[in-house]
Design a protein around this ligand. Sequence first.
Ligand SMILES: Nc1ncnc2c1ncn2[C@@H]1O[C@H](COP(=O)(O)OP(=O)(O)O)[C@@H](O)[C@H]1O
Ligand SMILES: [Mg+2]
Length: 348
Amino acid sequence: MAAASQVVLHATDQTRISRLVLPSGCVIRKEPLGPDAQRRVRHEVEILERLAGVEGVVHLAAGAAQRAGSILLADVGGTALSRRETPLEPVELIDLAVSLAHAVAGMHHRGVVHRDLCPANIVVSEDSGAPYLIDFALATTFSVVQPEFAHHGAAVGTVPYLAPEQTGRTGRPVDQRADLYALGASLYELATGAPPFGTEDPIRMIHDHLARVPDPPGAVEPSVPPALSEIIMHLLEKEPDDRYQTAEGLAHDLAPVRRGVVAVRPGEHDLPTQPLAPSRLCGRDRDIDQLDAAFAEAVTGRIPRGPRRGRAGCGQDIPGQRAAADRGWRRRLVRRGQVRPVPPRPGV
Ligand SMILES: Nc1ncnc2c1ncn2[C@@H]1O[C@H](COP(=O)(O)OP(=O)(O)O)[C@@H](O)[C@H]1O
Ligand SMILES: [Mg+2]
């Protein structure tokens, strides 16, 4: 593959992105760098193959032979939203929001959760004005992922847009609803000029994702239509169960806003096509009460007797994880472990 010219668009110690001018037209080459670069290439290509044909998602370059060590992508011919001057005009913002809602819906339908939606990972075509989702490096095809507590520098995703459950500090699993929170934080930035909790201090941002309700976008930037402001706030609900459940539900509410309707009831038509696990625990109050009592005893220095019983695989550790996260039990005081059933000995 002989390229007439190559311009580097973006380079970090993790990735290099360049535009190649080929006889057949321009393509974008993404080269993951570093020790696990090959695995990252394979992962992103697999996700992009799964998303082939989804509108609003970047696709692999047609015709150009893929080369080992890099990913060749169709050139969207535009710039990332992170490079745009914000706030955007409301008309453009609503159009973008509608297109992004459809793109995210198409992606979720194919069973992909992006986990890193943010303005730097959305490129807008200069010709058509259409947005495209890019950068599937962190995407997963597992419908639910249980994140571990991680240092803020090691959290999966980009901190200003991170759903509370994706911080690994709530005990809640991550599913497609985390993308809807990240989309809400991105739209908040496009509407007001900054993400809901700024971009400065990662520890404060994580705290605020978990505990602080942001000012509504309409209060920060009066030109944001009230209905759009409410929709963005519904995307930013802390508890996944209280948020939009689907991107289709979001698209449904944005359609009347585009037509100029001034009041909507966010989430009115928002039914998941497949069941999503409730983020709140149901029917485990007794377990949690027992754990509360055991914890209270442990902090006084006594050794509590373990009251927990159950068959392997019945979710014995879940009430513990949730109770620890909800009550902010100090991590040094909580240890997780597993007891394996002992196989019966022959003749006993
Ligand atoms: N298909 C594309 N068309 C145009 N620009 C792109 C394309 N893919 C990436 N870019 C540019 O490269 C930047 C980084 O790409 P990305 O895949 O997000 O890399 P990283 O994994 O380093 O974040 C984007 O913000 C965008 O400016
Ligand atoms: Mg990126």
